[in-house]
Structures are given as structure tokens and as C-alpha cells.
Design a protein around this ligand. Structure first.
Ligand code: BG6
Length: 504
């Protein structure tokens, strides 16, 4: 990295102190696609602890440590953002990797884990420190947390123990509180790292830098200048073999309650006094606490029908593996949110997410109010659109400002143009994967970009009334053809207030 002159002088992240990382659910999809490649890339960037051990825990029998190391290699070959594999780095990484197989309710598994960690302290100098990552189906979180407590693994007088818990944290406010009670039976809040990988994305973190390191945005970042905000998390993929999981989740629980509301909290928060962990989290939490709970009238849900994706015919959601043929699960949600505070009163935040939309794009569009008086003729300004600041979270990470400009000619003709900042061009380097950032943060004990329990509960409080209405009052999601921008009803949601969705 230091070879890149554009990054010269930049402060590199701190390397975590000695410790082990234990992944529960090590044979699963998340582990293969995200966690293992992220750890390998941290190793490549010299950002793993120098005294490190990785312990995979799962039911699958890979035939011992070497069998699991082969599996780890396959995952890197398939999913790493940097290839080919650097053999020297991989060799060390493999030597640091161990595997414990068994059933999560079996006491012997935890005793075996204890033994492996103790061996790691001796052979790899991990000093008794351990971070446990729960990457299993959520139904197993209470069991594993409880067992870690019962076997004395969750706390240590001389060492640091932490737990990272994947989303979704509960299914509603009540189950999140119940899960928290179980987790807190074994771990203290400061040991708990609730992960939402969107918070590890460079471009999400950059929202704070854009807002609080520059003088020009903050004065206009409020109801007086901003007409409304649109946040879009669009995916072109379908449920990708995760039908069974998705039937239980749906777009509201999978994206809106966590990723989308967390991004919104960055956009809407007040400037923190400092960048220490709790100052930042307090300001984000206040936004979530000020969000008005949604009602069914604020929300449109959709479900994709057969259509086209990437130029080929794709099946309807109801025809995907693991999905009920009469499923009512929503694969699309659009909603109008209100933030009840001084800065944002009467400034709507329109949010939407969906699977099988025309393209993968996550963006925040801040649409400013029009000028109070336009001293040009209607004909001259016909093509003038309001100013929009677009934060492109992914892909083509960057920031664009749309403004009106005179078309060069003898007449006055105004057209809206883009001023564009592009990460790739500016830094000549693709941003690191979110999981790399967050794994390193968790191992360092930096909770800034993790979610506190009050934030989880407030996010559920916002979506719960609608989830409950869908369950108890029936109704069905609006169908939309795969490869389109969702149901027409989503357009009506904005049209009734004289607005329309941006085409990203
Ligand atoms: C996950 C969801 O949390 O985020 C998936 O469970 C979704 O359904 C994914 O596809 C999107 O993440 P990203 O980083 O690809 O935008």
C-alpha cells in the first residue's frame, strides 16, 4: 500500500493487539464469502495482530485442522478481492488457523475450544485474548452466548474477551430485548459488538467526514435548505439460494431495520463534540430515537415476479428454492420517514430497497430546495432540475453535485450538469471491504461503528408497527417484474407529495 503515492502521508489503521478470533458458523456462507477473505486481506495488508490465531467452529467435519485449512484456501480463491493468493502470506495464515467441530449444544465443543485457545496462547502468543464471532443462523445466538458464559469463556480477569453478533438482532423490539438479556447473562455491553457491515463501508464512514470536516455543507444541511432526502439500496440479485432465510426476514428486516436506518443516522445526526466512541454513537442513537414509527400508509411493499436480470429470464420470488408458492414476504420496500427534531421537521426521508431491481446501487441523494425566484424565462429554465448532492455508497464510489449551468450559445438556455468526485480516480485504489474494517475494529475493541442495544431497539420501534400490521391485517405485496424499479405504488408514495424518485 505504501507504494501508492496518492496515499502517501495517510494515517494507517492501528494493528490490533494479540488475540484469537473464533468464528462460530465457520462452514457457512458468510464465513466463506466475507469473513475468511476479509481476514486473509487483513493479513496481506499487515493489519492482523502479529500474535494471532483463527479458530473455526462448526458442525461440519473437515477432517481436522488441515481439512479446514484447505476449505479456507478455497474460500479465498473464490471470494478474495485480491488474487492470486500470496503464498507466503497464506502459509502463515494457514499455520495460524485451527478448527473445532461439533454441535453447538454439546459441552465437549466448548471444552475443546478452551483447549485450542490455551494452545494458541502458548504457540502463537495470543495472551488469552479472544473475540468470538457469531456467524450462525440467529436462532443459535442465545445458545452459543449462554454456553460461552457457562464454560467461563466470556470473561477473563487477565485478558480481553469480546463477542461480535451478526444481524438480525432479534425479529422485533421484544425479541431483541429478550436476546439481549441472554447475551448480557454472559457478556457486559462493552464486550458486545453488534455488527452491521454497512457501517464498515468507506463511503458510509465518509458521510461524517464530508459533513463535519468541510465548512460548506453543514450550514445548509437542514430543513431550511433541503427539500427531502432519498436513500436507495438497490440490488440486482435475487435471493441467491437463501430463500429459506429470506422467507423469515423479508426486505424490512434484512435491509431497512439495519443497513438503511444506520446510513440514515449518519446523514441526519448532529455534529458530535468529538470522535470518541460514545459521542458518535450518542448522536446516531438520537436520530433513531427521533424517527417517527412507520404506519402502513407510509410504506409500500412489493414482491418480484418473473422477469429479466442481466439480460436473462429469471424466476418469480415464489418460484425460488425454499420459498412458499403463496409467500407474502416482501422483496421490496419503499417508505416515507419523518424525523421529529428541530433540524429535520417536515423534511421527508424517502427510503427504498429491493431485490431484482435493474442494477446494484446504494446512494444517498440530498435534494435541495429550488431558488425562491428564478430570473430566467420558463423556456430557458425548462430543463433545470433542483440541486442534488449524491453520495454514491456503491458501486463507483464517489460524490456528485448536480447544478444548473448555461448551455454555451448566444441564448440563455440552462441545463443541469454533474460535478463528480470519484474514489478510484482520486486515490487509485478500491476501498477495502467493509468486513476488513469491522473485523479489525472489533479485534481492537473500537465500537464506534457497531450498534448499541438502544439503537437496535429504536430501529425495531420504527418498523414494528408495519411488520405487525402485515402479519395481522393481511394484504399482499404489490408484484413487480424482475428487472424493473419496483411497483408503481412506490411512485405514488412520492407523487402524492409532488415528488418523484431519482433514477440512479
Ligand atoms: C446483507 C443481506 O446483510 O446485505 C443481503 O442479508 C444483502 O440480503 C446484503 O444482499 C447486501 O450487502 P452489500 O454489501 O452487497 O450491499
Amino acid at each position: 500500500m505504501s507504494a501508492n503515492p496518492l496515499r502517501e502521508g495517510m494515517r494507517m489503521s492501528l494493528v490490533p493487539g494479540p488475540g484469537a478470533l473464533v468464528i462460530f458458523g465457520a462452514s457457512g456462507d458468510l464465513s466463506h464469502r466475507k469473513l475468511i477473505p476479509a481476514l486473509y486481506n487483513l493479513a496481506l495488508r499487515n493489519l492482523l495482530p502479529s500474535s494471532f490465531q483463527l479458530v473455526g467452529v462448526a458442525r461440519t467435519d473437515y477432517g481436522g485442522d488441515d481439512g479446514y485449512r484447505a476449505e479456507v484456501r478455497k474460500a479465498i480463491e473464490q471470494y478474495s478481492r485480491t488474487l492470486p493468493i500470496n503464498e507466503t502470506v497464506f502459509e502463515t495464515f494457514a499455520q495460524q488457523t485451527r478448527y473445532v467441530s461439533g454441535s453447538f449444544d454439546d459441552e465437549k465443543l466448548y471444552e475443546q475450544l478452551k483447549k485450542v485457545l490455551a494452545e494458541g496462547d502458548k504457540s502463537h502468543g495470543t495472551a488469552g485474548n479472544a473475540t468470538f464471532y457469531l456467524a450462525t443462523p440467529p436462532t443459535l445466538f442465545p445458545l452459543i452466548a449462554t454456553k460461552l458464559g457457562e464454560h467461563g469463556l466470556s470473561r477473563s480477569r487477565a485478558a480481553v474477551r469480546r463477542v461480535v453478533i451478526e444481524k438480525p438482532f432479534g425479529r422485533d423490539a421484544a425479541s431483541a430485548a429478550a436476546l439481549d438479556t441472554v447475551v448480557r447473562g454472559a457478556f457486559k455491553e462493552r464486550q458486545v459488538f453488534r455488527i452491521d457491515h454497512y457501517l464498515g463501508k468507506e463511503t458510509v464512514q465518509n458521510i461524517l467526514v464530508l459533513r463535519f470536516a468541510n465548512g460548506i455543507f453543514e450550514p445548509v444541511w437542514n430543513r431550511n435548505f433541503i427539500d427531502h432526502v432519498q436513500i436507495t439500496v438497490a440490488e440486482s440479485i435475487g435471493v441467491e439460494g437463501r430463500g429459506r432465510f429470506y422467507e423469515e426476514a423479508g426486505a424490512m428486516r434484512d435491509i431497512i431495520q439495519n443497513h438503511l436506518l444506520q446510513v440514515l443516522s449518519f446523514v441526519a445526526m448532529e455534529p458530535p463534540g468529538s470522535f470518541d466512541v460514545e459521542s458518535v454513537r450518542n448522536e446516531r442513537a438520537k436520530v433513531l430515537a427521533a424517527l417517527r414509527p412507520l404506519t402502513p400508509n407510509d410504506v409500500v411493499r412489493g414482491q418480484y415476479d418473473a422477469g429479466f436480470g442481466g439480460g436473462v429470464a429469471v424466476p418469480a420470488y415464489r418460484d425460488e428454492d425454499g420459498v412458499a408458492t403463496d409467500s407474502m414476504t416482501e422483496t421490496y420496500v419503499a417508505a416515507r420517514l419523518s424525523i421529529d427534531n428541530w433540524r429535520w421537521a417536515e423534511t421527508p426521508f424517502y427510503i427504498r430497497t429491493g431485490k431484482r431491481l435493474p442494477k446494484r446501487v446504494t446512494e444517498v441523494a440530498i435534494q435541495f430546495k429550488r431558488v425562491p425566484h428564478l430570473p430566467f424565462s420558463y423556456a430557458a429554465a425548462e430543463q433545470l432540475e433542483p440541486n442534488v448532492l449524491v453520495l454514491r455508497i456503491q458501486p463507483n464510489e464517489g460524490i456528485a453535485l448536480r447544478f444548473g449551468t448555461k448551455v454555451p450559445s448566444s441564448r440563455t438556455q440552462i441545463r443541469t450538469v454533474n460535478m463528480d468526485f470519484d474514489y478510484d480516480t482520486a486515490f487509485a485504489q478500491a476501498p477495502a471491504e467493509a468486513y476488513e474494517t469491522l473485523l479489525a475494529d472489533a479485534m481492537r475493541g473500537d465500537a464506534t461503528n457497531f450498534i448499541r442495544i438502544d439503537m437496535v431497539e429504536d430501529a425495531w420501534r420504527v418498523v414494528d408497527p408495519v411488520l405487525s400490521a402485515w402479519t395481522h391485517e393481511g394484504g399482499a405485496p404489490h408484484p413487480y417484474a424482475a428487472g424493473t424499479w419496483g411497483p408503481d405504488a412506490a411512485d405514488d408514495l412520492l407523487a402524492r407529495e409532488g415528488r418523484r424518485w431519482r433514477r440512479p
